[in-house]
Ligand binder design. Structure first.
Ligand SMILES: NC(=O)C1=CN([C@@H]2O[C@H](COP(=O)(O)OP(=O)(O)OC[C@H]3O[C@@H](n4cnc5c(N)ncnc54)[C@H](OP(=O)(O)O)[C@@H]3O)[C@@H](O)[C@H]2O)C=CC1
Ligand SMILES: CC(=O)N[C@@H](CCC(=O)OP(=O)(O)O)C(=O)O
Length: 344
């Protein structure tokens, strides 16, 4: 297979290269840039010396059209215009941005404060939550790869909502991310002296992943609900830990909650249901495509604490994108992704 990456110089692009390089079915990776045409990749990123010594190419529809798969790892608001000329043109398209995720155009405009992609393109896109939408992903031409926070949240809560074990009407979700979630562009908020030794909340009640999570709960669990969702920046590079709190239905036990998660993910190699809460944390998934999930019933309050943990750049971005490519190409989902977590 010949694959292309638009936005190869970004964090998501670098992770795509890291995994695609070890993918048995990928024979060529072409790298596209909007700002550094002709630059030798390994001169910019010396950790890739002797691995990726090719020049970056200008984003060019003719070159992109001849590939089997194109990943767009570019900012929301930019990506839709880059991919529109390629719709139905040959390559399978996998977009890591938020541009094709929300089915409601007004909602995209409201939460992203940007111009939405055209309705026809949105209608063609398939939401790529790998463990929940396999059949549609297999047939999709354009995949909207899920956001990083929604991946951690949805994988952990969806089975419990779908099986009616928790009450979805008062879901409170408290999520934390490492700074690489904000991408490689320097900003005040990600400046070392303002993130180091600091722990902050941001986009309070305004995060663009709120409508995405609500849409996916409706799509996969058939429940309309409004969530409380807030995000925090942790002074570390990678990782997301999302904790959700929900009232459990009357009479539901800890055993039922855990068995529900185990049953859903028994045949899904990247989602691990952890039974011991003390062994859950971002270093257990770091650098890997795993999502660890955990649930604990608080019998005193009759509420469940539900935890989802991922590496934002892997299961939250490049890893899930490659998992989706594998599904589209009828390959084993794990191909190229069997990296063991870094842990330390
Ligand atoms: N970081 C994360 O954890 C996650 C990110 N995402 C999403 O994935 C996408 C990529 O994220 P990430 O890699 O972190 O972002 P980065 O900011 O690190 O990289 C984005 C890349 O896009 C290219 N780019 C920037 N502006 C433009 C433009 N106007 N036209 C064309 N290309 C442009 C740049 O490459 P060049 O200058 O070479 O063209 C840049 O390196 C984003 O949409 C992000 O929201 C999704 C899930 C998780
Ligand atoms: C730490 C941090 O800033 N994270 C980013 C995640 C961005 C992302 O994944 O955004 P898309 O929906 O555009 O893909 C944020 O909270 O906005």
């Amino acid at each position: 297979m010949k694959v292309g990456i638009i936005g190869a110089t970004g964090y998501g692009g670098l992770e795509l290269i890291r995994f695609l390089h070890n993918h048995q079915e990928v024979e060529k990776i072409e790298l596209f840039t909007s700002s550094e045409e002709g630059a030798i990749f390994s001169e910019k990123f010396s950790h890739l010396a002797r691995i990726v010594d090719r020049p970056l190419q200008k984003i060019d529809d003719e070159a992109l059209k001849n590939l089997d798969v194109v990943f767009a790892s570019t900012p929301s608001g930019v990506t839709s215009s880059l991919l529109l000329p390629l719709l139905q043109k040959g390559p399978k398209l996998i977009d890591l941005s938020g541009d094709f995720r929300l089915k409601n155009l007004a909602s995209y405009e409201q939460w992203y404060k940007k111009t939405p992609a055209p309705q026809e393109a949105i209608e063609q896109s398939v939401y790529g939550l790998s463990e929940w939408n396999e059949q549609q992903i297999a047939e999709a031409h354009l995949i909207a790869n899920p956001g990083c926070y929604p991946t951690a949240v949805l994988l952990s809560i969806l089975p419990l909502i779908k099986e009616n074990l928790i009450d979805p009407s008062f879901l409170v979700i408290d999520a934390k991310s490492g700074v690489s979630g904000a991408g490689n562009k320097p900003s005040q908020a990600t400046h070392f002296s303002e993130t180091n030794e600091n722990f902050s909340i941001y986009k309070i009640n305004e995060h663009q992943h709120i409508p995405e999570i609500e849409q996916a709960i409706a799509m996969f669990a058939n429940v309309e609900t409004k969530i409380s969702f807030n995000t925090h920046l942790v002074p570390m590079t990678r990782g997301i830990l999302a904790t959700s709190y929900a009232a459990v239905r009357s009479g539901v036990t800890q055993q039922q909650l855990i068995e529900c998660l185990q049953a859903k993910y028994a045949k899904h190699p990247f989602v691990r249901v952890i039974e011991e809460g003390s062994s859950i944390g971002t270093n257990r998934v770091k650098g890997s495509n795993y999502c660890d999930i955990y649930v604990q019933l608080d019998e005193r309050t009759n509420r469940a604490t539900i935890v989802g943990v991922i590496d934002n750049l892997v299961k939250g971005a490049a890893g899930q994108a490659i998992q989706n490519m594998n599904i589209q190409m009828n390959l084993p989902q794990t191909m190229g992704l069997q990296t063991v977590p870094l842990f330390i």
